[in-house]
Design a protein around this ligand. Sequence first.
Ligand code: G3H
Ligand code: ZN
Length: 277
Amino acid sequence: KLVNGFKLMEYGKENGLLLPAFNTTNYEVTKGIIDGFDAMGLGGYIAISSSNLKLSSPKIIADMVNSVMKDKSTPVSLHLDHGKSFKDVKACIDAGFTSIMVDASHLSFEENIKEVQRTVEYCHFFDIPVEAELGAIQGKEDDHVLEEDAKTSSEDVREFVEQTGCDLLAVSIGNVHGMELTPNLDFPLLDEIVKKSSVPLVLHGGSGIPFDQVRKAKKRNLIKVNYGSDLRQAFIRTYGKAYEQNHNEFNLMGLSQEAVKNVMGRVESIIEEVNVK
Ligand code: G3H
Ligand code: ZN
């Protein structure tokens, strides 16, 4: 059964975990993620971004996740990642998502605050936590590319968190989305942000960040770290390699089972690196 996002945060704090959030797109990736969590016996998030909901719907994703989770006991929350509209937020809550991110980081400081405020008001009524983003993260997130780096300004953090009432804060400290750019985490900035934030922090763009840096950040009031491209690559490569070897390959079932295993393998190693080592 899926776990409420506030409960998952408590579980993370009690066990000193940095909760990994793995992004899904389809059934195979979903199964690989949940099987990975289950095999490791440690919880976290399964997430889907607004832009990855184009082929499905919050309801399809929630039904699928609930069904795969049925016989599992590892605590997992279903999270809307980079929620781009209030409509998506509502649809995800209706479908049974247990954690929400509203990404209004492309708006002005004041507009970002307003958008997060109304999302918090709505989600808290349903006892669902809200992650917000201050500063914007460079790189490629699905079909959305941000060229400019806009690091979180530590001076804005206290006001943003107090005004919005958000429960988690995603920061831009030199972390990037995707595999093309090299992240360069600004730890002095992270330390400044930690001092100003009364809520735990979230690190996006996990795929490109060396694990020792993730573990270093973990000690600085970080509660969640997001992984997307890494799993998508493991999934796509399964089919790509098979095609390279045989242009007439059509064993979709066999390859899909292999793709689930490959995604699961990445999930297990990431959990190991972030929380066991
Ligand atoms: O919100 C999703 C993550 O920030 C994914 O980033 O694809 O670089 O792992 P990544
Ligand atoms: Zn992200």
